[in-house]
Ligand binder design. Structure first.
Ligand code: IPM
Ligand code: MN
Length: 353
């Protein structure tokens, strides 16, 4: 197939991991006879430095013209001044919004060989295979904000249709997996959560009677995620809860650097990015873990291009290098050798043949 991919390296380790993802796409194209064209564009702090805004029009236009978007990360201390008129994160949030990618799929895959890298006991990690479906374009992230000298507010608002469409994504996903959905909310306190629960209960009963529905309050869910992670199949939740729970869930996998994500909307064009941030502390050192980005490339191939075989090949390549003992610093064992970002990427590409 022929496809256009916009690559948004962004800030911090973003350019390093985005380059790794692009290299994997190039190899896949070569091995499987596809023509992928790339357009690198500015976003985040890099865009602020270059043109004064975090989401240039040219970036939006390129993304809209593309079949898929691959993003590294945005943000960093350089742009964190609370009084700054613009922030790098606005670029990412704005992009999610203009692309309409409301469904953020965050799979939590636990490779048995990485059990030692997790702070959780190995027997608790056995059989863990979760997809967190995070609502991505609504809630407190996008509600009206206000600020005066002594007070500030962020409005959290959800509309029924926003809840329905994300719960449908979760339930459809679960029907191809173990048939279980866990909806996470804070219905004992928040009005938006009471609506979330009402809509979820109604929709699941009407449209997905065969799917098992569990409901947890977010504080309890944070605890159950560590005490019985193997019980969960698909978890669905609102924007901010999903952000927080997936950073927590990454510790099951051993490192924040392992987790990929796919942000999907009504069309096939998706936005694919690792769940980690720009990690300014290790930026430029060439030691970032590229696995989250490379696994995001697998999701890109599957969801935006329908290339299941190629997606499987990438996922298997990651699993095989992990099984071989290849480790970046974040998942290294005390006695083992540590690979750089480009060495890890080369090892994964090597498994693609
Ligand atoms: C993520 C990140 C972003 C978010 C930030 C960078 C805006 O933490 O993708 O999880 O909060 O969604
Ligand atoms: Mn996050």
């Amino acid at each position: 197939m022929e496809a256009l991919i916009t690559v948004l390296p962004g800030d911090g380790i973003g350019p390093e991991v985005a380059a790794a993802g692009r290299a994997v796409l190039e190899r896949i194209a070569e091995r499987h006879g596809h023509r992928f064209k790339f357009s690198e564009q500015l976003i985040g702090g890099a865009a602020i430095d270059a043109i004064g805004e975090p989401l240039p029009d040219g970036t939006v236009a390129s993304c809209k013209d593309s079949n898929a978007v691959l993003l590294g990360a945005v943000g960093g201390p350089k742009w964190s001044d609370p009084n700054a008129p613009v922030r790098p994160e606005q670029g990412l949030l704005g992009l999610r919004s203009v692309l309409g990618v409301f469904a953020n799929l965050r799979p939590v895959t636990v490779y048995p060989e990485l059990a030692a890298a997790s702070p959780i006991r190995a027997e608790i990690l056995e059989g863990v295979d979760i997809v967190v479906v995070r609502e991505l374009t609504g809630g407190i992230y996008f509600g009206e904000k206000s600020r005066d000298e002594f007070s500030a507010s962020d409005i959290c608002k959800y509309h029924t249709h926003e809840i329905e469409r994300i719960v449908r994504v979760a339930a459809q996903l679960a029907s191809g997996r173990r048939g279980k959905v866990c909806s996470v909310d804070k219905a004992n306190v928040l009005e938006t959560s009471r609506l979330w629960r009402e809509v979820t209960d109604r929709l699941m009963a009407a449209e997905f009677p065969g799917i098992e529905l569990e409901t947890l309050l977010v504080d309890a869910a944070a605890m159950h995620l560590l005490s019985r992670p193997a019980d969960f199949d698909v978890m669905v939740t609102e924007n901010m809860f999903g952000d927080i729970l997936t950073d927590e869930a990454s510790m099951l996998a051993g490192s924040l650097g392992m987790l990929p994500s796919a942000s999907l909307g009504e069309t096939r064009r998706g936005l694919f990015e690792p769940i980690h941030g720009s990690a300014p502390d290790i930026a430029g050192k060439g030691i970032a873990n590229p696995c989250g980005t490379i696994a995001s490339v697998a999701m890109l191939l599957r969801h935006s291009f329908g290339l299941a075989e190629e997606a499987d090949a990438v996922e298997q390549a990651i699993a095989r290098v992990i099984a071989d003992g290849c480790r970046t610093a974040d998942i290294a064992t005390a006695d083992g050798q540590t690979l750089s970002t480009s060495e890890m990427t080369a090892a994964i590409i090597g498994k693609l043949g």
